[in-house]
Write a protein that binds this ligand. Structure first.
Ligand SMILES: [Zn+2]
Length: 451
């Protein structure tokens, strides 16, 4: 049992309930009480956390990532998406289970340090003979202790068939589908307190055949798991879809059965009004990745319009090769800035940005009943931010301090009530070891690419 008290509380519940001085009580991995003032006496052994000078929020939810890219950062710095991908595909062709294990642990450890308690991943490069990459990911995520929603990604449309990736790193359609179903069989946990759930994630319109898209959707629905893909990220992709399929990316997705309340789409930057309306009408969610979109010069998503239409929107750091910072708390501010650059200072409030990073992300992952807000009965995924240091002192409003101020020191991060970060340090792994393993993974990939 853990009691956090003496802190500000932003619950991000449906009424946006906040307490300037409040408490949260955690028992057996779940939130059992939240309210103003102190928690009162308890007869059981309790860890009391003094939250003076802090703000407690729901743990942040990351809705789009490519953890394997942790070892390939800082490359192709001035490229747009297609040029960037062409430069990086040959490097990623060297992926193996060791690289995936090292980068998963490093990337999730870093995400935990930025207040993230649940993350997805999109691993779509499965070179022949690379080994059991999904098992490597699952084991590494368990080591770090975050709630993990890895997707079994796939590509089957190589260059010779009109796609963007080289033929060497795409799979046969049937093999990709079989491996996807195998990942569900081996790892997916439907329980409401699950630490691991699998989703189905063919990569993008320019790297996946319509057949794989269609059959992947059928597979996911037959097995009751969610669907994820990249869509409408760049103008180049829109041109590709118009030339190849004679329609916009969203029309293409709809034609293939890829709109629905079990689908979350990464990016969705280039949408016309009709596309926004179709996402809203079908309950399709969007993983908004403002820093990655800025790094690649892809454009600025219409987040205000999506929210006004009723589309669930979460935040994603995206792969660290297109967004080297990869801090989810910083993405709250970036989302606010991006929305305001598009729509003016009222386009997104600090509280709306926090909602994107918490309950919005939970909706994308189909877990709004379990995570994403501080409410009795929900899982105890909590971030306690220290706001009384030099970087934040003098900011009147704690939520504004978190969102508009510099990334805040993390006093405590709980996942299902278990501490993952304390006083800014990762408790579940040795960071020096993560650095060593990542450096080795980086060298392996660069050496293989030059060979
Ligand atoms: Zn991506």
């Amino acid at each position: 049992m853990i009691i956090i008290e003496g802190c500000a509380v932003a619950t991000v519940d449906a009424d946006s309930t906040e307490y300037r001085d409040g408490h949260v009580v955690v028992d057996q991995g779940r939130i059992v009480a939240v309210g103003p003032g102190h928690a009162g006496r308890h007869h059981r052994p309790v860890r009391r956390v003094d939250g003076t000078g802090c703000l407690v929020t729901p743990g942040l939810v990351n809705t789009h990532h490519h953890l394997y890219q942790w070892a390939t950062r800082g490359l192709a710095q001035e490229e747009e998406l297609f040029g960037w991908l062409r430069a990086l595909y040959p490097v990623w062709a060297g992926l193996d289970a060791d690289v995936v294990a090292a980068t998963t642990a490093a990337g999730l450890g870093w995400l935990a340090r930025s207040g993230c308690t649940t993350s997805t991943d999109h691993l779509y490069v499965h070179p022949r003979g690379a080994g059991d990459l999904m098992a490597a990911q699952v084991a590494a995520a368990a080591e770090i202790g975050l709630r993990f929603h890895p997707t079994r990604g796939s590509m089957d449309l190589g260059r010779s068939a009109g796609g963007l990736p080289p033929d060497e790193i795409v799979e046969e359609t049937e093999a990709a589908l079989a491996a996807t179903e195998e990942a569900i069989d081996r790892f997916h946990d439907p329980a409401d307190n699950a630490m691991l759930r699998i989703a189905v994630a063919p990569c993008s319109p320019f790297s996946v055949s319509p057949k794989l898209m269609t059959e992947a959707a059928a597979l996911a629905r037959r097995r009751g798991v969610r669907l994820h893909t990249h869509l409408a990220e760049t103008i180049d992709e829109e041109h590709y879809c118009r030339e190849t399929y004679g329609c916009t990316p969203v029309e293409y997705a709809e034609r293939l059965g890829w709109l629905g309340d079990d689908v979350w789409l990464a990016h969705a930057v280039h949408l016309d009004d009709r596309a926004v309306a179709r996402l809203a009408a079908t309950g399709t969610s969007v993983a908004h990745c403002p820093s990655s979109n800025a790094r690649l010069g892809a454009g600025t998503a219409r987040v205000r319009d999506l929210l006004d239409a009723g589309v669930p929107v979460g935040l994603g750091v995206d792969g660290p090769a297109s967004q080297e910072t990869n801090q989810l708390d910083a993405e709250l501010r970036q989302a606010l800035y991006a929305a305001r650059l598009r729509g003016g200072p009222a386009a997104l409030t600090a509280r709306q940005a926090l909602a994107l990073g918490t309950i919005g992300g939970a909706r994308c992952l189909g877990r709004a009943g379990e995570i994403g807000s501080i409410e009795p009965g929900k899982l105890a995924d909590l971030a306690l931010w220290r706001l009384d240091g030099l970087g934040h002192t003098g900011i009147e409003d704690p939520v504004a301090a978190l969102v508009l101020g510099p990334p805040a020191p993390l006093e405590l991060l709980l996942v299902g009530g278990a501490p993952v970060v304390e006083r800014g340090e990762l408790r579940t792994a040795d960071e020096r070891d993560l650095v060593r393993r990542t450096r080795r993974a980086h060298r392996t990939l660069i050496r293989k690419a030059r060979a």
